[in-house]
Design a protein around this ligand. Structure first.
Ligand code: ADP
Length: 725
């Protein structure tokens, strides 16, 4: 049951295409009246006026007030807007679903066709056409465009959405934009003739800080290239504009946009509708969120009337899938007269069509239970929710400087995130929020989430900056300056990977690495592989590492055993990477029954389709970078022993920080940092002993695990360490 007036079809090139059908006008009318009811609607004229006068607007508004869907539409027919509007999202899920929604609202096509006015661009999936006017893209994709088109000539406006999430990428975008806006205003742009309008949007932003950030950029007389000076920032303490802004923030929330005459940065506040939300805390702390959430879901379902869907926040895909299964099992045993329960997962790696299900209206006599990561916090607005269950945790990236390893850790969320989660319950009516922690624990939470730039591996960010010509990264205008030690570590890492010259200038190799939508480590593996003449194999491995789980996760022991047997001829004693290579090669060779082949081998068909798509794009990219002389139509033969050694040494070159040796006490210790790691149970090398390993992922759950593991020789590691350090 398609709720929209569009049907999706696949174009010959595999791109999704949304096509208007009959009943268009009636549907559009309904959509139009929904649009007009959004809190942002009365601000349309104010927003347009602010951007006619100023080039920068900072816009804050509650989640669901209509920022992401409406603002680009408000600006489309402005006199300055002759080109495309870019709007960035931290997650691909949001970019894709917003593009669909906006195309639907505008009654236009979405995708690659000539008639499509709306499109999206996410990693390895570009759905934009020659006449795209509104383009939703992930932050990483916009950064790539910054490298190709330094003055962003294809855009009339760039809207940076969800700034409060403060991903590293958004911080880089803000720094680049600040300098670009300042250069344009001073007539220092080399090519660009038209103005560039910039809108910074968020649910809970520090407006004052953002206004000051852009204002300082405009005031810096000495601003030159990308290097904004710390010193200049200090002499400009608080600007009059920013002071005024503080006053505005305190004013009654119903105020409309108040453009400031003497201010070069406009601000706008959109007040969302919020009904009261009743808070319930656990009396005692628990670690078993799944169990507590399960009990609560059924208590709410039996006790509370319909309608009223439940939104559960959990840390990640594993807990979500676990709870989904439990809810389904228990729901099957419910009495006939009890309404149905429909469990729907929501996480970044979920296939698109499954994500779209959360927007479908709840069927009659049914309650939806959406099990989500923090995606549903502000990024995606789930309609119909009246009950929120919040486990109080999320997975965050954490870089450990001393180890040089980055890992995903389950950590307590911040107060600000907890408040956002609670708010999801009161969007359409009064609601309830159950926190699976004590009130005391809530009071002990940090006020805000630490920006990613202060806690993650910066090597990718710095490579991007260097590729854009920022030589002095220490003085780059960061909204929050990362610690010097972290910058130093990242520079060192890039030096080790050969991305920088000794002088700190980006190398030929580094420029190539920056052009890949991959981490510098994976980029390095490819560049190395081109030298060692095993690039096609390396591309296959990197493609497989770029998707979630190629091998299906099996829950029962019986199924696990069955899968082990079925996959035996894919497994390689050299480890997971060669196993992935064989899997990709066999799948690619299987021309007729790929789906059946996947079923027989307990391999995810969807994941493999993605792998082949990524492989195709990486092959094309390598060809355009002259790393590959031609794109072969078939798969190379299974690698010889000699070639296997080459492939593993390429991995080693990129992942030298992720190497460990076998110790007499039967543990593995990293070569650099001497940290104990265990081989993850999902690895084909689990419980195997080998003199040294290289791993592509470091995860910390109950303990430190190496995931994606290959067996290598001790001497090889030594050799690379000798050469690099
Ligand atoms: P904001 O950016 O302020 O959070 P949005 O513009 O994303 O607000 O959302 C405005 C409204 O549009 C919300 O009520 C939301 O539920 C709805 N909406 C957004 N995306 C979709 C979609 N893909 N399908 C259906 N409704 C959507």
């Amino acid at each position: 049951s398609d709720q929209s007036n569009h049907s999706s079809s696949r174009l010959p090139n595999g791109k999704a295409h949304v096509q208007p059908q009959n009943g268009l006008s009636r549907k559009r009318e309904a959509l139009l009246s929904t649009k007009k009811g959004l809190p942002i609607w009365p601000h349309a004229e104010g927003i347009r006026a602010a951007l006619r006068r100023n080039n920068v607007l900072v816009l804050t508004g509650e989640t669901g007030s209509g920022k992401s869907t409406q603002v680009p539409q408000f600006l489309l027919s402005e006199p300055w807007c002759s080109k495309c509007i870019a709007i960035t999202q931290p997650r691909r899920v949001a970019a894709i679903s917003l593009a669909r929604r906006v195309a639907e609202e505008m009654g236009t096509f979405m995708g690659t066709g000539k008639a499509a006015k709306v499109g999206y661009s996410v990693r390895f999936d570009n759905a934009t056409g020659p006449n795209t006017r509104i383009k939703f893209l992930t932050e990483g994709m916009l950064l790539q465009e910054f490298l190709r088109d330094p003055e962003m000539e294809q855009y009339s406006a760039i809207i940076v959405d969800e700034v409060h999430e403060r991903s590293v990428n958004v911080d880089l975008i803000l720094g680049f934009l600040r300098n670009l806006v300042a250069d344009l205003e001073r007539g220092k742009a080399k090519k660009r003739k038209q103005p560039l309008k910039v809108v910074i949007m968020s649910a809970t932003a520090d407006v004052e800080g953002l206004v000051k950030f852009f204002d300082d950029g405009l005031k810096e007389e000495t601003a030159n290239g990308e290097a904004g000076g710390e010193a200049v920032e200090e002499t400009n303490s608080v600007t009059p504009g920013a002071k005024k802004d503080k006053k505005m923030a305190k004013r009654s929330a119903s105020d409309d946009t108040q453009p400031q005459q003497d201010n070069r940065i406009s601000t706008c506040f959109v007040e969302g509708r919020q009904y009261p939300v009743k808070m319930v805390y656990l009396p005692e702390p628990t670690d078993d969120w799944v169990e507590s959430a399960l009990k609560l879901i059924f208590r709410i379902h039996y006790k509370e009337p319909l309608p009223g869907d439940i939104l559960v926040f959990l840390p990640g895909q594993d807990t979500i899938e676990g709870l989904e299964k439990l809810v389904k099992d228990y729901a099957e045993g419910m009495e006939k007269d009890v309404p149905k329960l429909l469990a729907l997962p929501l996480f970044a790696a979920l296939p698109q069509h499954a994500q779209q299900l959360i927007f479908e209206p709840t069927p009659a006599r049914t309650r939806k239970v959406i099990l989500s990561t923090n995606i549903a916090e502000t990024s995606v607005t789930v309609p119909g929710v009246r009950y929120v269950i919040d486990c109080g945790k999320s997975k965050i990236k954490q870089f450990r400087n001393n180890l040089g390893l980055e890992s995903l850790l389950v950590k307590p969320i911040s107060k600000s995130a907890a408040i956002q989660r609670k708010g999801r319950a009161g969007r359409e009516a009064a609601g309830q929020c159950y926190r699976l922690y004590t009130e005391e624990a809530y009071n002990g939470l940090d006020e805000r989430t630490t920006p990613e730039i202060l806690r993650c591996d910066l090597s990718h960010a710095i490579l991007t900056m260097k590729a854009r010509g920022v030589d002095d990264v220490i003085n780059f205008p960061f909204l929050d300056r990362p610690p010097r030690e972290a910058l130093r570590k990242a520079l060192l890492q890039l030096l080790n990977l050969g991305a920088l010259e000794e002088t700190g200038v980006i190398s030929e190799r580094g420029l190539k690495m920056a052009k890949f939508p991959l981490t510098p480590t994976l980029g390095c593996v490819l560049v190395e592989a081109a030298h060692r003449d095993c690039l096609l194999e390396a591309i296959d491995i990197v493609s497989a590492l770029s998707v979630e789980n190629v091998f299906l996760n099996l829950t029962t022991d019986e199924r696990k055993e069955e899968a082990e047997t079925a996959r035996r001829d894919l497994y390689r004693r050299e480890g997971d990477h060669m196993t992935l290579l064989v899997t990709v090669q066999r799948y690619a060779e299987e021309r007729t029954g790929r789906k059946a082949w996947c079923e027989r081998h307990f391999v995810s068909h969807r994941a493999m389709q993605n792998v082949l798509n990524i492989r195709k794009q990486l092959r094309e990219l390598c060809k355009s970078l002259k790393m590959l002389s031609y794109i072969p139509s078939d798969t190379p033969p299974a690698p010889s022993e000699e070639r296997t050694k080459d492939i593993l040494q390429c991995l080693l070159r990129g992942f030298i920080m992720n190497t460990a040796r076998f110790m007499p006490d039967l543990s593995y210790r990293t070569f650099i940092g001497n940290q104990t790691v265990a081989i993850h149970p999902s690895s084909v090398l689990h419980k195997r002993q080998t003199e040294a390993i290289v791993f592509t992922e470091f995860v910390f759950t109950t303990k430190a695990f190496a995931r994606g593991v290959s067996a290598v020789q001790y001497d090889w590691v030594d050799e690379v360490i000798e050469k690099v350090f």
